[in-house]
Each structure stands twice: as structure tokens, then as C-alpha cells.
Ligand binder design. Sequence first.
Ligand code: PLP
Length: 388
Amino acid sequence: MTGHLFLKIPGPTAVPESVMRAMARPLINHRGAEFGAFVKGLLPRVQQVFRTASGTPIIFPSSGTGATESAVINVLSPGDAVLAFTIGNFSGGFAEIARRMGVDVTEEKLPWGSGIPADLVHERLAADTGHRFRAVLAIHNETSTGVTTDLKAVRDAMDRAGHPALLLVDTVSGLGSADFRFDEWGIDVAVAGSQKGLLLPPGLGVLCVSDKALAAMERVKTPRAYFDWAPMVENNRKGFFPYTPATGLLFGLEEALNLLFGEGLDNVFARHARLGEGVRRAVNAWGLELVAQNPADYSPVLTAVYTPEGIDADKLIALTESRLNLALGNGLGPLGGRAFRIGHLGWTNEVETLGTLAGVELGLRMMGADIVPGSGVAACQTYLLETA
Ligand SMILES: *Cc1c(COP(=O)(O)O)cnc(C)c1O
């Protein structure tokens, strides 16, 4: 296959060249003074990407799922009650991890494509007069459906109910792409990963933890070793880790943060929002349906699209990858074969987005779909011109 692979799955995303170079430097001693000074400089910048002054960043050599598991076992004991909102594959996975750790999960299962209604959060917490729920599990960006949660509204709903539950948030695909404000939104634990908006390969589980969550950790009885936050926080203070960190990825993280802060986080979010709207204009021009049902919840990170009647989304994706060198996301769970996902996150731009849409048009036409070639590209271009 000639040319670059268009990696337009919603993570892992293409890694910028300067980040690749930063990771390619010779390794250094992870117990030495140079590394300690490097980590001490890096952690405050990780706080900055979460937009927190008081939250404690924690980085594991793990996938995002590992970071999620660490959140559950450090702030919840077996038998503790939590309220989880499931709106797709990843929010459902969060609830499942808690269940497997023996947590008593009340799962509010909403249709895939819907958001988390703040009114429902309020209603459920206001009804919990005995304050049984120790935590609310919410997702920032549901990567299976292309839905983003208004976390400020969720926090406000919790406060209006006067409920003391911790707010645990999966922002694996949100951080660095969609607006996220740890302090302002009263988040207690935020879970992220390296391979989505953070512009790195997979391999880092990245968290931010509030003082309230760290205090909760003290009473938690769940057995933990590798994922224990306490030795991590203690070692990090001196710039070190309780075991070997993913040093190469941490060098990459420093450069990725240079890129994000160089562009400016607000500009990064605006770029994602604009590309997302351009993609949705294309979907509309094709006459296809979005998985996300409510415009207020549309994700700036990715767009999930139902294929036309009679077109198998998995076959479409296999075709675009094998014939066009374009990797799209597949439909997850009940969306398997019925929907595909276009990633517009990370180190990307207008031309890549237009190229992706052109590839989707080619693929859909090759599969026999009745769409007008160029219609989606033109609709996106028009929007990009209007907002140039
Ligand atoms: C990708 C993703 C995960 C899982 O992350 P891994 O690194 O694959 O473990 C969890 N939640 C969301 C929202 C994601 O997009």
C-alpha cells in the first residue's frame, strides 16, 4: 500500500513526529537525579492539562483500563454502593470493572446515543436520602457513540441534591480534545490514557485525583499492589516511581504537552469542535444518521454513523482499510455491523478530515450505497470556509 495510513480510529491516534523523536532519545537511569528532576517538572504540567491546581496527577505504565481499575480499587471497598450511568460501551465497562471488584453497582442503563441527563442524576441522588452511594461513575466522552457529557451539569445536579458522593469520570478519549476542567467541575477522580488526545502511543494510564478522593483512599479495604496510589504519590513527590515507569513514553508526554500548550488548550478544543461539526455536515449531506441523538451532546472527538440499510459497517471498514489505506472505527457492542466511527481527534487538521470524508464516500459507493460522490466533502468544505 502506498502513502500514509490514514489512522482515523478514535484512538490510538497518529503520533506527531516531534513526539516520536522525543521518545527515541537514549534511556536514562530512572532512579537517578536527572530523571527525578524531569518528573518533578513534568507532573505540574500534567495538572495543567487537567486544569487543576490541587488535584494530584498519577501515571501508571498501563492502558486506560488499568487507570480505571486503579480508580475503583483505591476509592471503593467491596460492598460500597455506587451509581453508574451507562450510555455505551465504555461507560458500561466502567460499571463492569466496579462490579468485578465487588462494588455494589446501581447501573442506570440509558439508550446508546443518549447523553447523561443531569436531571436524572439529581433525581437519583435526591432519592438516596441515606447517602448510600459513595460515588457517581460518569463518562466524559463516550467513544462508542460519539456523545459528550456536560460534567458541570452533572456536578451541579449532585450539589443541588446535597449529596456527598465522589464524582469519578472516564475521560480517556476526552482529555486533550474536549474541554475538561477538573477543579471547576468538582471532579474527584479523572481517568485518561495516553493514546487519544494526549498524542502518544498506548501505554500510559493517566489520572488526576482530588484531596477528597485521597482521603477516601485511607479507609478503603480493597487489596491492591501494583495499582496502589499511596506509594505512587509518595515516590512522585521526589520525582520517582515505586517501580520502573514507562520512561520513553514520559519523554514523549513532555513533548506532547509542549504541542498542546503551544497551540493553547482552548484552541485545541475549538479545532476539535470545528472539525467535528464539519464531519457532521458531511454525514447530513449523505443523508445518513448519527448514533448521537441530541445535538447538545455531539462529540468534538469522534462521530459515529449508522450505515445505510443493507450495508454492513464491518465490511465497509474492512474495504476502506484494505483498498484505501483508511482505518475507521468499527461499531462496538450492539452497533457492530450497523455503525462506523470517524475519529477527528489528536494531531489532525482540515485536509486530513476532508481526505477521510472522501475515503468514506469512496468506500460507501464501492459498497453500493446511494450517496452522491463529493457531497459530504463539499458540505464539510463549505462549513470550513464559513468558519475559516
Ligand atoms: C479507549 C477508551 C478506554 C479504554 O482505554 P484502553 O487504553 O484501551 O484501556 C476507556 N474509556 C474510553 C472512553 C475510551 O475511549
